[in-house]
Design a protein around this ligand. Structure first.
Ligand SMILES: NC(=O)CC[C@H](N)C(=O)O
Length: 298
């Protein structure tokens, strides 16, 4: 199991409703994965203030105020921290490398759950409703959101095993399925200097894609490379600041449905997660074909 949802808004008038629509989609998928939940929100001014970089941290071992002071000291400038449950969002007027370095100095054992401009990644063990209520997700705004409900297959049920895996700047991956050769691909990536935070197979896929993008490939090429390198079963949703892409493996036994209107593109593991989207009755709706990359850009 595992439930995936994603919403890419084309019509700016819908942006104030992103959180409300995403919350409904996410919570509809709770019975596909009761272990943990996670979301990535692109463009919410409260969680990722405009003009700043935001870093999402887990397991910092410290409270928000202490973390904020420590990051500010390491950065040499002000930093704000928002914390609910397991996730702490640190934002500052700094570039990604500077803020990541300051966060790592302030909380050396913390896990980086996501980073970039305009991106907030939130994760929590348990029911997605708890995550959504804790963050008041229904009030979030923005142009794109991704969500996941996890039934663990490959690594521990803790925040580090929750999706999305957001391991490159502004990038996210959510996954339903399992990669059978993830240990082999992990070893190859480690040989190339890539570092890992968890034993999770999805993290291998996310770091593989991030590595491809860092080498200059576009999202479609990176996902085609993933098809030829990673074995197993998967439906994947990969998002970037300006892109939204879906891919299934050759056998395509993990469910997926895409719906598209002039106002939005949406994807979910099952149609019921899309059923309340505005205008869905007139949407073009289809099941993605095996090994075809479906990608949209902003
Ligand atoms: N049930 C799933 O699809 C699990 C996804 C992934 N293998 C994980 O354990 O996180």
């Amino acid at each position: 199991m595992c439930g995936i949802v994603g919403l890419h808004l084309r019509n700016p008038e819908l942006q104030p409703r992103l959180g409300e629509l995403l919350t409904t989609m996410l919570c509809e998928m709770q019975d596909r994965g009761a272990d943990s939940a996670g979301v990535a929100v692109y463009g919410d001014p409260r969680m990722s203030p405009p003009g700043r970089t935001t870093v999402s941290l887990l397991e910092t071992g410290t409270d928000a105020a202490t973390l904020g002071d420590a990051v500010a000291a390491a950065l040499g400038g002000p930093a704000d921290v928002l914390a609910v449950g397991e996730t702490l969002l640190v934002s500052a007027e700094a570039d990604e490398d500077a803020l990541l370095t300051a966060c790592r100095a302030a909380a050396p054992d913390a896990l980086v759950a996501g980073f970039g401009a305009d991106l907030a990644v939130l994760k929590g063990v348990g029911h997605p409703r708890a995550l959504a209520d804790g963050w008041d997700l229904a009030k979030a705004q923005g142009w794109q959101g991704v969500g996941h409900t996890r039934m663990a297959t490959e690594s521990a049920v803790d925040a580090s095993g929750a999706h999305p895996y957001a391991v490159g700047p502004g990038q996210c991956m959510v996954h339903n399925g399992s990669f059978s050769n993830h240990a082999t691909v992990r070893r190859e990536l480690v040989r190339n200097g890539v570092r890992f935070d968890s034993q999770n197979d999805t993290e291998v896929g996310a770091r593989f894609v991030a590595h491809q993008l860092a080498e200059g490939r576009d999202v479609e090429t990176a996902l085609k490379e993933l098809c030829t390198t990673l074995d197993g079963f998967y439906t994947l949703l990969v998002s970037n600041r300006d892109s939204f892409a879906v891919l299934r493996d050759a056998i395509a036994c993990k469910p997926a449905v895409i719906a598209e209107t002039d106002d939005w593109v949406a994807m979910a593991s099952e149609y019921r997660a899309l059923a309340d989207l505005p205008g869905v009755e007139n949407a073009r709706i289809w099941e993605p074909e095996p090994e075809v990359v479906y990608a949209w850009t902003r």
